[in-house]
Design a protein around this ligand. Structure first.
Ligand SMILES: [Zn+2]
Length: 531
């Protein structure tokens, strides 16, 4: 039996743009649209043309996408004709491949929010869909609050959906706008809808307010829906939308779906999924969720020694899918619970060739355990672990020495009488027998130290120009007067590679300095800088 086609509809640029703290520029939107297109998404919803300058300009751009670029807007307002509604006119005129209308399908909303009659709501759907179909564009109808509406008044909810379908809408999309529906309810209700509208014209748009948007989307597919709407990384207001980054690999890799359906995402495109997910986080200046299914840094990380030795024998023992299918990688955690097998596997991944009976492996494990006991966290700091391993195995060159550093914090009145705190760092470094002194001001002492340290490293400067500090986390361990500070620093280079380093000390500046040094040395090692 030939597999049935399932369509993916991404609304990161429309619903995802409603996320608290997210504000896409035109450039961001164009980049994300291209990324979704490259991933093999069928529909990219751009936004509301006519509603704000960014979206209006986005629709005016020459976008050159394979995906169906979709404009979103409202059906005609109650009591108006389609020809006398400026919002609708802007939508119909937009340079879009498809038009998606949102319409009420819950009688309570029609009465309270729209303050009109059920009949007028149905007429608005018929008129708007009809007018858009007449322009020759593909038309979608988002039935807002469909599941709540169905519970309150199934006849009316179904009549709204059917009105759009009868006027020629390609897709009738059932929206769980409040995100409160549960998978078994979604499956039942979608089952009722497809008695009236063929499933290959029905879509699902789920919000994540009970953390079941992905499950609800899959339940709708089981019941017959053939379009799934969602966003990258589950972006969206409140608790977000259905996460396409979780849905796509599930559809591609789980036999129940993979055997029955095909989607526009190829196996090769699937391998770029982790990268796409992390790229969006970078654009939003967020640290990627380590525990994100499939693509998170911890998604294929195994800690306990006994699991790690089984994974070495056969990865399928503790993995539900193979990480390379989605562009992720297996990670065996080196920690105080770890056995020798973790260390061996990690060394293999780094590319350090060591005989498994080499005595230095137990020595390395002892050092890791000792250091973790005083607060180091090598699970989180893969780059610091790599340096430690290379040092125990005798392979890290001494590129430069920091002879001394000095960090000064001063609070004073500035020229206009405001109280300001200024940090100044001075670093004295010896490279190749030459002493270099750099000074920098920063927004805080660690920032000043970082800037001064990276200002002049002599012949190594070229290797670290693209280095950037992307995340800085501080944790106080043990509490009280005995407290030590653990600093984790995430860095990134011009190629987009990220790594994390760690420092521990009773003094926060000292802990930060260790982590900064590890980050720079790691970069030099990776770049193969000459000694
Ligand atoms: Zn929504």
């Amino acid at each position: 039996m030939a597999p049935e086609r399932l369509y993916l509809f991404d609304t990161t640029l429309r619903d995802g743009a409603q996320t608290n703290g997210v504000d896409f520029t035109l450039g961001d939107k164009l980049t994300i649209a291209k990324m979704l297109d490259d991933l093999g998404i069928d529909y990219v919803e751009g936004g509301y043309p006519g509603a704000n300058p960014t979206d209006t300009q986005l629709f005016a751009e020459d976008r050159n996408l394979r995906a169906t670029f979709t404009a979103f807007g409202m059906t005609r307002r109650p009591g108006r004709s389609t020809s006398n509604d400026p919002g609708l006119a802007a939508l119909l005129e937009a340079n879009a491949d498809a038009i998606c209308f949102v319409a009420k399908s819950w009688d309570y909303h029609v009465r309270v929010a729209l303050e009109t009659t059920p009949e007028e709501n149905l007429a608005s759907i018929r008129d708007s869909v009809g007018a858009a179909v007449a322009t020759g564009r593909e038309v979608l109808l988002d039935c807002e609050h469909f599941f709540d509406g169905y519970k309150a008044n199934p006849q009316f909810a179904l009549a709204c959906a059917k009105a759009g379908y009868d006027q020629g809408a390609r897709w009738i999309v059932l929206c769980d706008t409040n995100g409160g529906a549960l998978p078994h309810e979604v499956e039942t209700v979608v089952g009722e809808v497809i008695k009236l509208i063929p499933g290959d014209h029905v879509g699902i748009h789920a919000h994540n307010d009970t953390e079941q948007a992905v499950a609800n989307s899959l339940a709708a597919v089981r019941a017959g829906a053939r379009q799934i709407q969602g966003t990258l990384n589950g972006l969206g207001e409140r608790c977000g939308n259905a996460n396409l980054v979780s849905i796509i690999p599930t559809l591609k890799l789980k036999p129940e779906f993979a055997d029955r359906f095909e989607i526009g995402v190829s196996d090769a495109q699937l391998k770029s999924l982790a990268h796409a997910s992390h790229t969006l986080d970078e654009m939003l200046n967020r640290a990627p969720n380590r525990h994100a299914p499939y693509v998170g840094e911890s998604a294929f990380a195994t800690k306990a020694g006994i699991h790690a030795s089984a994974i070495m024998k056969d990865p399928a023992t503790y993995e539900h899918v193979s990480p390379d299918r989605v562009g992720n990688r297996r990670k065996l955690l080196v920690s105080d619970q770890a056995g020798k097998s973790n260390v061996l596997a990690e060394l293999e991944r780094i590319g350090l060739k060591v005989d498994k009976d080499d005595a230095r492996i137990m020595q390395l494990l002892d050092v890791v355990k000792e250091r973790e006991a005083i607060g180091y966290a090598y699970e989180a700091a893969d780059a610091s672990f790599e340096l430690l391993a290379r040092r125990v195995l005798g392979k890290v060159p001494n590129y430069f020495d920091v002879e001394k550093f000095d960090v000064n914090i001063e609070q004073r009145d500035n020229a206009v009488g405001q109280r300001v705190t200024v940090s100044l760092a001075v670093v004295k470094v010896k490279v190749d027998g030459e002493t270099l002194i750099s000074a920098a001001e920063g927004i805080g002492p660690v920032n000043a130290l970082d800037l001064a340290l990276r200002k002049d490293l002599g012949k190594y400067q070229g290797y670290i120009n693209g280095l950037e500090l992307t995340d800085y986390r501080v944790r106080i361990l043990n509490g009280g007067t005995e407290a030590v500070t653990r600093v984790l620093i995430e860095s990134q280079d011009e190629s987009g590679e990220r790594w994390t380093t760690v420092g521990v000390s009773p003094n926060i500046i000292d802990a930060s300095f260790q982590a900064l040094m590890d980050s720079i040395v790691y970069k030099l090692v990776r770049a193969g800088a000459p000694v």
